[in-house]
Unconditional design. Structure first.
Length: 133
C-alpha cells in the first residue's frame, strides 16, 4: 500500500531550494550542538548521582537522560530520519517561514507579524512533549 504522506514529503523535499535546505540544516546543527554541550555535564552529574545513590540501571538518572536525549533527537530531526510531526523543529520552521513569506508577498511585514512569529515559537516551546517512556 502506498503511503501518500511519504510521497508528498518526498515531492516536497525535491522542490525545496538548496539554499533553504542548507540554512535549515545549519540551524538544526546549531540546536543539536547546543543540546550536546548542555547534556555533557548533565550526563556526568547523573552518573555521579547514580553511583552515590546506588541507582539501578532502569531507574537511573543517566537512563532518564538517555530517554530525554532520544526524544530531543526526534524533535531536532537533524538528518530527517524521523517522520514529521506537529512538535518537531521542522513544523516550527515551516510555520515561521509561512508567516514571513505571506508578509513578504503582501509587502506588510510588520511588528504585528513579528509578534505572531514570537507567539508561534513560544507556543511550541510551551507545549508539553510526549512522555519519555
Amino acid at each position: 500500500m502506498i503511503n501518500l504522506d511519504e510521497n508528498s514529503q518526498e515531492v516536497e523535499q525535491k522542490t525545496i531550494h538548496p539554499l533553504r535546505k542548507l540554512l535549515i540544516f545549519q540551524l538544526k546543527l546549531a540546536v543539536d550542538a547546543l543540546r550536546d554541550i548542555l547534556l555533557s555535564p548533565v550526563s556526568i552529574a547523573c552518573s555521579i548521582l547514580d553511583f552515590l545513590n546506588k541507582k539501578e540501571a532502569d531507574n537511573s538518572y543517566f537512563e532518564k537522560l538517555m530517554i530525554f536525549g532520544r526524544n530531543t533527537e526526534r524533535k531536532i530531526n537533524l538528518f530527517e530520519q524521523h517522520s514529521n510531526d506537529e512538535s518537531n523543529i521542522d513544523a516550527v520552521l515551516n510555520q515561521v517561514e509561512s508567516v514571513i513569506v505571506n508578509e513578504y508577498k503582501d509587502k506588510t511585514l510588520s511588528k504585528k507579524k513579528l509578534s505572531q512569529i514570537k507567539e508561534i515559537l513560544k507556543r511550541k516551546s510551551d507545549e508539553k512533549s510526549p512522555p519519555y517512556k
